[in-house]
Design a protein around this ligand. Structure first.
Ligand code: ADP
Ligand code: ADP
Length: 229
């Protein structure tokens, strides 16, 4: 049972073919890791999955609602169904972090009271509750990164797409992020994340898609990929 299906996706920029015929399915309830070195095409793929740039060729289909799996194959997800951590982290640097989180929750369709509550829960979880009135620009890069992550998932989307969520975090916070991602999955969010560090991915991914220069190198469960690397 898949939630997102990509087939033969191609994308070229003026100077390079960034994605060169990639296909995979993200299954409902799993953590799916897009693994590859810098320049492999991960962010380009993710931006196409989020509808930010169109593919030159190929298809991207969603089936967010399992109950509707017979119809509506072509329906694009609604904003409340998706969570997105972009590669270029754009947050409101002059807004306090509690308001930032609540704002992102409301953008994703939450009522204000629910968004405020979720914001407070996340501030506790990421260890910034006592700094809730501070502006984002006052925080360290790692703390900004944690706020950015929370802003992408606090509405508990059906499908979260996270571009390099581990980057900028120290090892302790990387371990915490692994816990939060597992928790999110166990609460029913399907997760696709991109990364270039196998050692982090192997602690939590159910399946891995390894790419290089815009193409698939290997894919499968962690065990399958380990045996072939
Ligand atoms: P990754 O996320 O795996 O690092 P990217 O998707 O960012 O890979 O990049 C894939 C290739 O496309 C690289 O060669 C990169 O230089 C190129 N590229 C990415 N974005 C652009 C862009 N906006 N314009 C031109 N080339 C780009
Ligand atoms: P500021 O005074 O800096 O503008 P606010 O007091 O409005 O900040 O708080 C920012 C966000 O946090 C708002 O969405 C608000 O509803 C919520 N909020 C404020 N105080 C609390 C609190 N004690 N517990 C939970 N949420 C709060």
């Amino acid at each position: 049972d898949w939630i997102c299906d990509l087939r033969d996706v191609v994308k070229s920029y003026a100077t390079a073919r960034a994605v060169d015929g990639v296909g995979f399915q993200v299954r409902r309830g799993e953590i799916f890791a897009l693994l590859g070195p810098n320049g492999a095409g991960k962010s380009t793929l993710v931006r196409m999955m989020m509808g930010i740039i169109p593919p030159d060729a190929g298809t991207i289909h969603y089936r967010i609602d399992a109950l509707n799996s017979n119809g509506d194959l072509m329906a694009w997800p609604t904003p409340d169904q998706l969570g997105y951590l972009p590669e270029d982290r754009g947050l409101y640097r002059d807004l306090n972090i509690a308001r930032t989180l609540s704002y992102f929750g409301q953008l994703r369709g939450m009522a204000r009271i629910d968004a405020d509550r979720a914001a407070e829960e996340w501030l506790e979880k990421i260890g910034l509750a006592d700094r809730r009135k501070e502006k984002l620009r006052a925080l360290s890069k790692g703390n900004q990164q944690k706020v950015q992550f929370a802003s992408a998932v606090l509405h508990r989307p059906a499908f979260a797409v996270l571009d390099e969520p581990f980057s900028g975090l120290d090892p302790i916070n990387q371990e915490l992020l692994i816990d939060w991602l597992r928790e999110l999955r166990d609460q029913g969010t399907t997760i696709l994340l991109s990364a270039h560090q196998m050692n982090l991915v192997e602690k939590l991914a159910d399946r891995v898609f390894l790419m290089s220069r815009g193409r698939e190198v290997l894919s499968g469960t962690l065990d399958q990929v380990r045996r072939r690397v």
